[in-house]
Write a protein that binds this ligand. Structure first.
Ligand code: GLU
Length: 381
């Protein structure tokens, strides 16, 4: 962690801005002042030539207020009904606010399947790119109304991170109700210190975050750190800043140091690798020996059958799988050239033995380097 962030944001041409439930709701319902202020700043940035994709939480929180619930009900259908009520008012207020500045908006409600299926992922991307070409603001939320636990994206920090990767954004700005990441919960501790810049993702960063839960949204600080790991690992910076701060977006776009800046940990990954590494749903797991792990982590090699010691799951050629070491360390994700069944038959073999075992050899590698994204090496103890 360093203290003085450099002027880094002034080359932004496309940004994902996520606004949390606590920023968007007030005592009685939606916080219209916040919605208008953020809309006006987004319009100003659009005038400067910056494309903005907005990820808006607040459907649950505003639905609860509308329906008179003091806390989230446990029953899933009730929660989903609340989100449906809340989403209608939420998009209406965004639309009204942007209309003041003569801008149009579009509502996009996504499920995890829309992102994990490569085809739907590309479809959604094309639609959003079209909206951006038309200078319409895409406003995205999770489709909470049809979500059940098993297929949930979970929280909008994660959703917004995936959108930033999907649309190749230059920055992910995460607006919340506190100034950034603190070393303690600033709402409880007077001596809490704001961390201005994060360059490594040590356990202490997660510990700071774990101590700072969210009040209304689902995420809290920990889910923001997870989102930061995702985007910075793909070469995209993230900022956590306070949504109520006057002109916060304009200041960030002008390169001012506001909130906590998460420095990219890698060169920008190409879009396909972003999807493989952070969005695709893995269908199985390959366990590899120490030699293969070293070849992948340090030497940038492809995964050959000889290094594989175990295969879990049933999957076809082309599937996304997780790659782990023998001591169960997660190393990364890749797209396989062979089915699970075929990999079981060739694991441990040299590439020149593949044909004898399968009757044919389509590839030397089980996962080609171009389809492999190693993220495990970046984890700090
Ligand atoms: N999709 C949820 C909502 O609009 C928000 C999830 C979150 O808080 O991250 O209420």
């Amino acid at each position: 962690m360093k203290c003085k962030p450099k002027k880094t944001h002034n080359t932004i041409t496309r940004a994902v801005v996520k606004v949390g439930s606590n920023v968007l709701t007030a005592k009685a319902g939606l916080n219209i002042d916040a919605i208008v202020s953020i809309s006006s700043q987004i319009c100003e940035l659009m005038t400067q030539g910056i494309e903005i994709i907005l990820v808006s939480s607040g459907a649950m929180a505003s639905g609860m207020k509308k329906m008179g619930f003091a806390k989230r009900p446990d029953a899933i259908p009730k929660r989903q009904a609340i989100a449906a009520v809340g989403q209608a008012g939420l998009i209406l207020e965004w639309e009204k606010a942007f209309a003041r500045f003569d801008r149009r908006v579009a509502q996009i409600l996504l499920t995890s399947d829309d992102l994990t299926s490569r085809k739907r992922y590309l479809n959604a991307r094309n639609t959003m790119n079209t909206l951006l070409d038309w200078q319409v603001v895409p406003i995205i939320n999770e489709n909470d109304t049809i979500m059940v636990e098993e297929i949930k994206l979970g929280d909008n920090d994660n959703l917004a991170a995936m959108i930033a990767l999907q649309l190749d954004a230059d920055i992910f700005i995460n607006l919340t109700d506190i100034d950034g990441l603190y070393d303690k919960d600033p709402r409880v501790h007077d001596d809490a210190r704001l961390i201005q810049q994060v360059t490594t993702y040590s356990k202490s960063i997660e510990k700071y975050a774990g101590d700072i839960p969210g009040a209304l949204g689902t995420g809290g600080m920990l889910s923001k750190i997870k989102a930061a790991r995702k985007v910075t690992g793909s070469g995209i910076p993230m900022v956590i800043a306070k949504g109520y701060r006057k002109n916060v977006l304009l200041q960030l776009a002008a390169g001012e140091s506001v909130g906590t800046y998460f420095v990219p940990r890698a060169q920008k990954l190409n879009r396909k690798k972003c999807w493989i590494g952070y969005t695709a749903k893995t269908q199985g797991t390959l366990t590899i020996d120490a030699g293969a792990a070293k070849a992948l982590l340090s030497n940038g090699k492809s995964l050959l059958p000889s290094g594989i010691v175990d295969v879990q799951g049933r999957f076809a050629a082309g599937a996304a799988v997780a790659v782990v070491s023998q001591d169960h360390q997660y190393l990364g994700n890749g797209l396989v050239n062979y089915s699970a069944e075929d990999i079981r038959r060739i694991m441990g073999a040299r590439s020149n033995q593949i044909k004898a075992r399968l009757g044919q050899k389509t590839y030397d590698e089980v996962i080609h380097r171009d389809n492999l994204v190693i993220t495990g090496q970046l984890d700090q103890p």
